[in-house]
Design a protein around this ligand. Sequence first.
Ligand code: GDD
Ligand code: MN
Length: 397
Amino acid sequence: MSDFDLIPRSQTSADAALAPPLARAAERVAAPAPLPRAAVELTVVIPSYCERDNIAELFRRLDAALDGVAWEAVVVDDDSPDGTAELAKSIGRRDPRLRCIRRVGRRGLSGAVIEGMLSSSAPVVAVIDADLQHDETLLPNMLKEIRAGADIAIASRYAEGGSATEGFSGIRRWGSEMATKLARRLMGVSVTDPMSGFFMLRREIVEAHAGDLSNQGYKLLADLLWSAGRDKRIVELTYRFRARQHGESKLDALVTLDYLGLIFSKLLGGALPVRFLMFAAVGASGVAVHLMMLQFGLGHLGLAFGWAQALAVITAMTWNFVLNNRLTYRDARLTGWGFMTGLIKFYLACSIGSIGNVGVASWIYSFHATAWLAGLTGAVMGAVFNYAVSSALIWKK
Ligand code: GDD
Ligand code: MN
């Protein structure tokens, strides 16, 4: 028995107590069978953060563009302070084709999109930005390609005919071009815009690879192509990337580094999370800063070694903190007072980490007198400790 059968039966037995038999019979004939809503073919996922001014307009445009298609949209909002989720839900009360998932205490474009796609039961899923920069009139053509047998349809800003110049800063464009070349080289997929945030695919692909995808960052398509792209039929369509009208971009030039992190993580077989790799890369840059500062303290400031070393340590820790705040933990970025208390916690964590570092290194050195091995193990221990404390206590979301 399906769920739909249950509804009229219980209604009929409730009616039995109230209505005379004839009326009841007539009603039974006249009562319309509850119609299940037409099965949805396409779910359009709309990740949003502070897009209140764009949601209603986007929904209206989707409605116009997808005329004749059984579609729904799901806004996945990371608890935007501007009330985007509330607005989406109020539209959804009037029109059930718009659903909204409000995520609390989490940030991240990729994670939001994956969650939206996994909430769908339609055979086809798509993602489009909430900010009207993507050309929604491309959706029917993308769907046509999927119906005709494509697995993934990518709306590309770079293929011939497309345009990337309007919505992008120069350095972002350079980063994207580099990402494209790397994707071709390393993933063996030759798509012109692997960083596109506008694409459509069969839901089964997402379901099959959901566990391998990184929740962090802005590179879901590249991630999907890497995990699942090799034997898939990929089609590219081109469009003009529009300029933003309301609100502002949450991305900056540093997303390219995020993408490089993904590539390294994948090259290592996914053994280390992207975030840890970034944390380690920031730490390595901190070593360079430390050495430069030490040199400066000794040579230019004429400090005694102990003082020069102390100055170098504090500079390097501050450098690491600022960079991690900007890059590694961009989705939990600390500002104002939180920045100051975070910095103090970071100094403390690093101090404890370095005590552990020296302890472990000395212990290993005591029975295995290879200095570099003992030193390296100590440094790795220290880094893992700092990372754990940073993730759990400083940039917790
Ligand atoms: N839920 C959620 N959580 N949504 C987010 C988050 C987040 O942390 N950050 C951004 N978004 C939403 C925005 O509200 C917007 O709808 C969409 O994701 C894209 O964000 P923008 O901040 O507008 O990105 P952009 O236009 O600078 O970046 C473009 O290029 C990227 C890659 O190069 C877009 O096309 C992206 O989709 C693309 O990944
Ligand atoms: Mn945008």
